[in-house]
Every structure is written in C-alpha cells, then in structure tokens.
Unconditional design. Structure first.
Length: 459
C-alpha cells in the first residue's frame, strides 16, 4: 500500500514542539523527536456516564453529560432529604433528565478538517517552530520526491509556501535546534533507485530559507535524530543502498551534529546495526534506541534495545523488547516510562502488530502493555496535555490504511477508541500545537495516493 520499494524502510515524519525535548517521531520511524508543550485543554464531547446527584426534591438519574439534575417536586434522589422517597437511579429516572441507553458509547475527542497543504505529501517532516507555525518539508507525492516546503499557521488554519530545500528528500529527519533553526538531514532522493543525499541543511524561520549545513557520514534513510540536552543532535543507524553490490548496508554507526560549529563528528557505534528503529530521549539524558531492522537484505528484525550515554559517547545494551518490530512508534510518558506501539515484522508479508510495550528506565526492562484495538504500523503516537497518548491512523496490512484513532491512558494502562480521522492515513505526521490540538497532515490513503489534506484533533 505504500509506494516504498520492498526492503526500503518506510518512514514517518518527525513530530516536534516548542518547550521540550523529545524522543519520535516522532516519532516514529524515520527518526525525530517528540516533545510536548505545556497547557491543558477542555474535554470536547462525550463525557463518561455517571450516576448524578439529585436536585432539590428531584430523583437521582444517569446522564451522558454532567450527571442527573432532578426536577422540582419530584422524589428525592439517593440519599436525598427533602421528604421524598429514596429511589434507586437504575429504577426510576427523573423526567427532566431521561436515561441514556446503556448501548450508547460516547467517544472522547474529535477530528475536524483544516486547510490543505499546497502539495500532497507522505514521508515528509513536520516541525513546530518557536513562532507557533509548523514547518512541513519534503516527502513524496505521486510524481516523485519533493524539495518544496510550506508553513501551517494555526491562527489562520492555512498552509503557505516557504523556501524550498537545497535537495529533494523523503524519509529525512527534521530537528528543532535551541537557536530556533531546523536541521534537515539525509533521507532518500529516489525511492525507485534509492540513493540519498549525504548532506544536511538548516531552515531559518526568520528569513524563510534553507542553507547547507555540512555533510553527514553516510546517506542514511530510516535513521533517527535526537536532540540531546547539550544542544547537539545524535544521528543513529539507518540504511543505504550500495550501488556497486546492489545490496543494502544497515548502519550501526552514529554521529553528532554540533550547531555551534555546524559540523558532524563520529561518536560511539550502537551495539547492533539498526534501521526503522525508534530513539527516545529519557529524563536521565540517555537515549533509548529500540528494535528495527538489523539486516534489510534478509528482512531481519531485532528485538534488542540499547542506551546511548552522551556523557560517555557510548551505547550499552539494555533489556530487549518482547516483539521485534520496525516502523513502530515510541512516546515518552510523564512517568518517565516509554510506550512503544505497533509496528510490523519487517517481512514481505507485512504483518503489523496490535501489541504495545512499556520500557522502565529504572529497571531497564520492557513489559507488555494492553493491546491496541487494531494492528497498526506507520501510525503516529502523540502525547497530549492530558497525559494520554493519541494513536492515529497507520496501516493494518499491505492493503488497508486506517482512519481510526485511539487513546492510551497511562493511569489505567488501557487503549480506548476516540473519534476517527476524516480520511484514511498512513505515513502522515502529527504535531502537537500550543493550543493543545494536534495537526495531522498528509500521508497515503487506502488507494496509495499521497494526500494534501490536513485535520485537527482536540480532546
């Protein structure tokens, strides 16, 4: 269903927001980091059904909104003392607050359309800028790889073109730097004969242009990029086509970008080669790198995980995942644990997972979480101001793209359905806005077409 050539790790856009440091992907495969902005949002639509207290002289009732409100002159509700008869809310309902049938399920959260992008895209990146706008860069439309970029203005709900990148890129990474610029690195320049630019560039929001920013060690696709507490960016793993041998090289190498000197330098290699993995910045400052392809040529996928320590410049093994996957999504929770959802087995048969796991940095182990309602890969997972995680879209098999979404509640440890997107999407981006809404942009529809449409989710 995705246009990516078999064996090439597909990608998901980076999700980044102002005011924090993430771990992707953003995101999700293809690298990037995800952070959340402070604030809270009100709940829109469907509250939980509760047994409400009675008003003066009224009966207790069940309501789908804010509890029962008794009418005047009626019988007293449960525990009422206005001289009426105590009744059971399950038996007698107030005439002023009729019962909601038990079969009714009220969903929390809703998606609404917003302005469309100027160009259809999938495999692009989306980065929240300090000014509140979102930079959309690169990706692929139905005719090929893109160099163009655009800005989403949440106040106007519209997209407008900005300067184009210096090279066409898809499956690249985009990282917001402390100076407010965005570092765009590597990716693929041609998905049909995949070779990528071993280069990087910087987007300056003040002038709306891209300029070159040095050369990376390798033309990586399916790598990750993580902003570290010291302001440097860690690039890890990925894959590159060896044109002479006609085979794929999966990298264990890592490198650091220094925004002060604008240079890339090698750092300690990972314990295993990886592509299509996840990378999450932990509260300790270390980076959790998990799963992914260890050999793209044989479709080999590893369940192993490791920790990169910026102070030492080295990676060490940590507990392994229960399920070996690629193109899963990793989200740092407020508790400091990491939620990893879905993904697929990396095979030609494309078998996604509904499973989820939690990594506990204190114990260095993964444990099973409850399953999602449906198997997903190439989905997005966004931490909301409420502390819940929005899981949206993705592909459930090679022929089915999803429009459904669900919420993970860390307190309950469960996934529950939320409102569905306005269309099916896979390989899209999800960006948390300062308002608490989530911008969903682009991706592939169920027919494999790139999408220009976008929508907003609000709890």
């Amino acid at each position: 269903m995705t246009s990516t050539t078999v064996g090439i790790p597909a990608y998901a856009g980076t999700v980044s927001t102002t005011g924090g440091i993430t771990g992707i992907t953003g995101g999700a495969g293809g690298g990037g980091t995800m952070v959340t902005s402070a604030g809270t949002t009100g709940t829109t639509g469907g509250m939980n059904r509760t047994t409400g207290g009675a008003g003066t002289g009224g009966s207790t009732s069940k309501s789908g909104s804010s509890g029962g409100v008794g009418g005047s002159g009626g019988t007293a509700g449960v525990g009422g003392k206005d001289g009426g008869t105590v009744v059971d809310a399950a038996v007698e309902q107030s005439a002023y607050a009729p019962a909601v049938p038990d079969a009714v399920v009220v969903l929390q959260g809703v998606f609404v359309p917003t302005g469309s992008m100027t160009v259809a895209r999938e495999g692009h990146t989306a980065t929240l800028l300090p000014n509140g706008m979102v930079l959309i860069a690169g990706g692929e439309d139905d005719s090929g790889i893109l160099a163009s970029a655009e800005l989403y203005d949440p106040a106007a709900g519209t997209f407008t073109a900005t300067g184009s990148m210096t090279e066409v890129r898809a499956g690249h990474t985009a990282t917001l730097l402390p100076n407010g610029k965005v570092l765009i690195a590597s990716g693929l320049a041609n998905l049909r004969v995949p070779t990528g630019p071993p280069s990087a560039e910087l987007y300056d929001p003040a002038v709306g242009t891209f300029t070159t920013a040095g050369t990376v060690d390798a033309a990586r696709g399916g790598h990750t990029a993580t902003l570290l507490p010291n302001g440097k960016v860690l690039f890890a793993g990925g894959t590159e086509l060896n044109n002479e041998a006609g085979t794929w090289v999966t990298f264990a190498s890592t490198e650091l970008y220094d925004p002060i000197s604008e240079t890339f330098t090698a750092t300690g290699s990972m314990t295993a080669a990886r592509s299509g993995h996840t990378a999450t910045l932990l509260p300790s400052g270390k980076v959790l790198i998990a799963s992914g392809y260890d050999d793209v040529n044989s479709y080999g996928v590893s369940a192993s995980a490791e920790l990169y320590d910026p102070s030492a410049g080295t990676s060490t093994a940590t507990g392994s995942m229960a399920v070996a996957a690629v193109e899963q999504a990793a989200t740092l929770l407020p508790s400091g644990k990491v939620l990893i959802t879905g993904g697929n087995d990396g095979s030609r048969n494309y078998s996604p997972f509904a499973s989820a796991e939690l990594y506990d940095p204190a114990a260095g182990t993964f444990t099973a979480a409850s399953n999602m309602s449906v198997a997903r890969a190439y989905h997005t997972a966004t931490l909301l101001p409420s502390g819940k995680v929005l899981i949206a879209g993705g592909a459930s098999d090679s022929n089915t793209t999803l429009m459904s979404a669900e919420l993970y509640d860390p307190a309950a440890g469960t996934f529950t359905a939320t409102g569905s997107m306005t269309t099916t999407r896979s390989g899209h981006t999800a960006t948390l806005l300062p308002s608490g809404k989530v911008l969903i942009a682009g991706g592939l529809d169920n027919d494999g077409n790139s999408l220009a449409s976008a929508e907003l989710y609000e709890e």
